[in-house]
Design a protein around this ligand. Structure first.
Ligand code: ARG
Ligand code: ZN
Ligand code: CA
Length: 247
């Protein structure tokens, strides 16, 4: 697809308790959050600091459409980031045609090295492989009944950003490079609800950082923008010459 693209989505729900069997309404709510955040029509878009308005993505021209929900009850109460949820042979649900569909797996809970993980994703290098897609733990999926402060559906916005080739805004290193020119270089990840402006110094240059970007680690209520440079990366990956042209 070129320009505007509507990505068909398969939601694979692996639940142990009834509460983890997220409702159709909650899935619709999550798809609506993705559509608003990627369109730049999120209700908190007016919170973008004026300094960053000129480099805001506006509409990324990516949309999402739910095509199927697959549900499976399992005795597994907790998952790890080892892709077991993505194959029936390891207790999960096989991906549906990952070249042409974004597969999202919703699992009960997830840990990595003993710590809770909200979600994880594959980058476009994995396009079409059996494990391609996004995983989100049920407490952080959708809004209604989700777990504060990650209850605005933005774990999916962030993970789908990775799926569409976006890196963490701090470049996963001290003053790292996220390959996007218009996101200010920042020392490290930000958490919670930082107060604007927040300054960092990298290689002797002090910058006001874009902690309100979806690709930082702040709370759901504290993130509300993509940049124009991030939009360009996303668009090149869904373009007819891009790794995710099949969507
Ligand atoms: N991959 C990150 C994690 O598992 C997700 C961070 C999402 N952030 C958010 N505000 N929802 O920790
Ligand atoms: Zn991430
Ligand atoms: Ca940058």
């Amino acid at each position: 697809a070129d320009g505007s693209v509507e990505i068909p989505v398969i939601v694979n729900v692996l639940y142990n308790t009834a509460a983890e069997n997220v409702s159709d309404a909650r899935i619709a709510e999550q798809i609506a959050v993705l559509n608003a955040d990627y369109a730049g029509t999120n209700s908190d878009v007016n919170k973008i600091p004026s300094e960053f308005v000129p480099v805001g993505a506006g509409d990324t021209q990516v949309r999402f459409r739910l095509v199927n929900t697959i549900r499976k009850q399992t005795a597994t109460k907790s998952w790890r980031t080892n892709d077991a949820m993505k194959q029936a042979s390891s207790g999960g649900i096989d991906a549906t045609n990952p070249t042409n569909y974004l597969n999202i797996w919703v699992v009960s809970k997830m840990t990595s090295q003993g710590k809770t993980i909200l979600g994880y994703a594959t980058f476009p290098e994995s396009a079409g492989l059996w494990n391609d897609g996004v995983v989100i733990a049920a407490p952080f999926f959708g809004k209604t009944g989700a777990s504060s402060p990650f209850n605005l559906g933005r774990t999916a916005t962030h993970e789908v950003g990775h799926y569409l080739n976006l890196r963490h805004i701090w470049g996963d290193a001290n003053c790292g490079n996220d390959q996007v020119a218009d996101t200010p270089t920042q020392t490290t990840a930000n958490y919670g609800k930082p107060t604007y402006p927040l300054y960092n110094t990298c290689t002797g240059v002090q910058r006001s950082v874009m902690f309100m970007n979806y690709m930082d680690y702040v709370d759901d209520a504290a993130m509300f923008m993509f940049s124009a440079g991030q939009k360009a990366r996303v668009q090149s990956v869904v373009a007819s010459t891009g790794a995710r042209a099949g969507l």
